[in-house]
Design a protein around this ligand. Sequence first.
Ligand code: DX5
Ligand code: ZN
Length: 217
Amino acid sequence: MNVLSPSILSADFAHLAEAADLVAHGGAKWLHIDVMDGHFVPNITLGAPIVKSLRKYSELVFDVHLMIEKPERYIDDFIAAGSDFITFHIESTEAAGEIIDRVHAAGKKVGITLKPGTPVEAVEPYLDRVDMVLIMTVEPGFGGQAFMEDQLEKARFLVQYKKRTGKDFHIEVDGGVNLKNVRRCLEAGINVIVAGSAVYRGDVTQNAADFMRILGE
Ligand code: DX5
Ligand code: ZN
């Protein structure tokens, strides 16, 4: 089952509830929410209070991508805010195992992610315990950057791992994905597609529907 997770980073932050509705009308079931702290990445976006407010207006699966130092400090807030998936960076913490356990204990799904320069082996010790691995195909921090094709090698590694071990988890891609390169992501074994600027520029509902058509092929 392929999933589209539109990133509201490229939406109008004054109209987030409407931004969620627009992609839901295009058929999206998930919403990707980028949390940045100005330390782990050189940009600041939004925090748990906004996730909590948005939760009242949307039934989409909230796919929360934490780009913050020491995410263990805020995990409980994002759980309480109504996140469904919480994904953290392996480079941002020394408490990866603890984070995974705490998210699971709350009955939520947990993802692990890595920057383009981090080898995929860095997340290998946790692959038997996570619900999703997110492959970054841009340096985290900003929307609208160019897709780093070489990162798809990490997806191939993860597909092999799943085959070898029988473990099951989603493989998500985030950064520079558009209607032209999305098929290459699917071919590499990715099943969750994040797209920010490619969805939120122009006719948002139509863009989401165009992605959904390709994801359903
Ligand atoms: C970047 C964020 C992405 C961003 C993607 O740090 O994690 O989710 O919104 O935006 P596009 O699709 O425009 O690269
Ligand atoms: Zn993201």
